[in-house]
Design a protein around this ligand. Structure first.
Ligand code: 3PY
Ligand code: MG
Length: 256
């Protein structure tokens, strides 16, 4: 089966055309299905700051699959066992926030990859349906097919980005510009700051040199297009709630 959601999306990510994903914090099947009915390549389901728990994220992955799409899952900070559970549920990638050191990157890889790369325990359940392979075949392919992305969102992470990218089992990095702006400024929120912009250039170059994936949270489609031109392979665009708010504001402004 070649058009299963996980290998299709990950093959596109590895091949290089920009991948544009929705970012979802409201764990409602209607939100997942509505956004996946648009042209997004997939969705990030947010367990860190969104309302997804394990059961809701598993249902969200299924909702994406219903629309022929794959889901990435952002786990809560330091909750590496949940990375294994969401891979079992069929996530195409785990996005782990606040990976600030090589030690934390290694922990992520341990829970996200089967031996010999990591220590993930066997029990893929629904991932077999969404990956199009099972048993020994799934065991052999899943390390390359389901990704582990380390979020770079502090000064320590930025300083160590090359070493984090070099960790076996880490498939790429994902920039969180809001936290990064706070970390780089010692306390102010400005995800569009010059310091964040310089960090984005450095991170894209490091990922390219390591031949790994560079991903970034974007606030708009225009920013996502610009980031793709600057070498990022995976861009998320706003969030479900940000899109809802801007549409509501625009319609109300038109009405009044
Ligand atoms: C950040 O910008 O800090 C993120 O985690 C993306 O939402
Ligand atoms: Mg963040």
């Amino acid at each position: 089966m070649h058009d299963a959601p996980i290998p299709s999306l990950v093959a596109k990510l590895r091949a290089g055309p920009p991948v544009f994903a929705a970012w979802i914090v409201a764990p409602d099947p209607a939100v997942v299905e509505t956004l996946m009915g648009e042209g997004f390549d997939g969705a990030v389901l947010d367990m860190q700051h969104g309302g997804f728990d394990v059961a809701k994220a598993a249902a969200g992955i299924a909702g994406c699959a219903l629309m022929g799409k794959a889901a990435f899952v952002r786990i809560p900070v330091g909750d590496y066992p949940t990375a294994s559970r969401m891979l079992d549920a069929g996530a195409a990638a785990i996005i782990a926030p606040m990976i600030n050191s090589v030690a934390e990157a290694r922990k992520l890889a341990a829970f996200a990859k089967y031996p010999p790369v990591g220590e993930r325990s066997w029990g893929p359940g629904r991932a077999t349906a969404l990956s199009g392979c099972e048993g020994q075949d799934y065991l052999q392919r899943s390390n390359g097919m389901q990704l582990a992305l380390a979020m770079i969102e502090t000064r320590a992470a930025l300083d160590d980005v090359d070493a984090i990218l070099a960790v076996a089992g880490i498939d790429g990095v994902f920039v969180g510009p809001s936290d990064l702006s706070i970390g780089l400024s010692d306390g102010s929120l400005d995800p569009h700051s010059a310091d964040v912009d310089a960090a984005l250039a450095r991170i894209a170059a490091s990922a390219k040199a390591a031949n790994k994936i560079a991903a970034v949270f974007c606030f708009s489609g225009g920013q996502a297009k610009a980031m793709a031109a600057r070498g990022f392979g995976l861009m998320t665009i706003a969030t479900d709630l940000l899109l809802l708010r801007s549409a509501a504001r625009a319609e109300l402004a038109a009405a009044r």
